[in-house]
Design a protein around this ligand. Structure first.
Ligand SMILES: NC(=O)c1ccc[n+]([C@@H]2O[C@H](COP(=O)([O-])OP(=O)(O)OC[C@H]3O[C@@H](n4cnc5c(N)ncnc54)[C@H](O)[C@@H]3O)[C@@H](O)[C@H]2O)c1
Length: 260
């Protein structure tokens, strides 16, 4: 596409072969950007290659330091500079009262949501500082701005993502680099289906009651679409948002509570 909002920009999206990451990757590609993704799911990467051949990909675990270095090598092989990094990767983590949680499950949740954001950012920053420009977008959650009973590891990781975002915005602002977090509400799709099933299992409540609980606490009484998040990412990375940094922006229909 010529004349797109992000024509010729070089964009890296973590965990971008499915879900919100795929919607973000496609939205930037539709706006004329060169987009590279990484993902742990080879089948999802193959499907993306078929559907969106312009988007390149590396098979990688975002929580593995060597894999992250390999993603940057692949990216640098294609494009010299990096304009936009979207730290999208995140897993739901375990569900249950804190005393029932296993340390390994806690660590895995922190690793994919928080460690990965650090690992990718650490390699992106020198390129952006050198260019004197750049945008970093971190996927937090409504669980990063309010408590989430039964999901303490996830809420802890997503609050930490906002602390990282605000600190980085202060570190990198003088270098012309903007850093913002996006806080999606509950997104329609397979992941929320899994989350609701896990909550039903942990609490003994009916899945439909849990689903209704999510939308009842949302002023717009709706789930959010992955494309809503992609549109926000495209905006935050654009010149229209050139004075916006250090913010945690909810895209959640105004969520007032998270059930557990
Ligand atoms: N889905 C929601 O309701 C929701 C709500 C708020 C925030 N978020 C956040 O948005 C982001 C994207 O969520 P989603 O719902 O699209 O996720 P998802 O569960 O649909 O997964 C998206 C992709 O992540 C990949 N992935 C998982 N672990 C990985 C790893 N270790 N390394 C590389 N790739 C990995 C998967 O293979 C998949 O292709 C996450 O940070 C999530 O926490 C999601």
């Amino acid at each position: 596409m010529s004349g797109g909002l992000h024509q010729g920009k070089r964009v890296l999206v973590t965990a971008g072969a499915a879900g919100i990451g795929r919607a973000i990757a496609r939205a930037f590609s539709d706006q004329g950007a060169y987009v590279h993704v990484c993902d742990i799911d080879e089948a999802a990467i193959a499907a993306l290659a078929q559907e969106s051949p312009a988007i390149t990909a590396t098979h990688a675990d975002v929580a593995n330091e060597d894999d992250v270095a390999r993603v940057f090598q692949d990216f640098a092989g294609g494009y010299q500079a990096l304009d936009v990094l979207v730290n999208n990767a995140g897993i739901a983590g375990p569900t249950g009262p804190v005393e029932s949680l296993k340390l390994d499950d806690w660590r895995a949740c922190i690793a994919v949501n928080l460690d990965a954001t650090f690992l990718f950012t650490r390699l992106a920053v020198p390129k952006m500082k050198e260019a004197g420009s750049g945008v970093i977008l971190n996927l937090s959650s409504t669980a990063g701005i309010m408590g989430y009973p039964g999901r303490t590891p996830y809420a802890s990781a997503k609050w930490a993502v906002i602390g990282l975002t605000k600190s980085l915005a202060m570190e990198l602002g003088p270098h012309g680099v903007r850093v913002n977090a996006i806080c999606p509400g509950a997104i329609s799709g397979e992941r929320m289906d899994r989350v609701i099933a896990a909550e039903a299992h942990a609490t003994g409540k009916a899945p439909q009651d849990i689903r209704d609980g999510y939308t009842q606490a949302v002023s717009l009484r709706t789930f959010i679409e992955a494309e809503d998040i992609a549109a926000t990412a495209v905006f935050l990375a654009s010149d229209a948002a050139s004075k916006i940094t250090g913010q945690a922006l909810p895209v959640d229909g105004h969520t007032e509570a998270l059930s557990g």
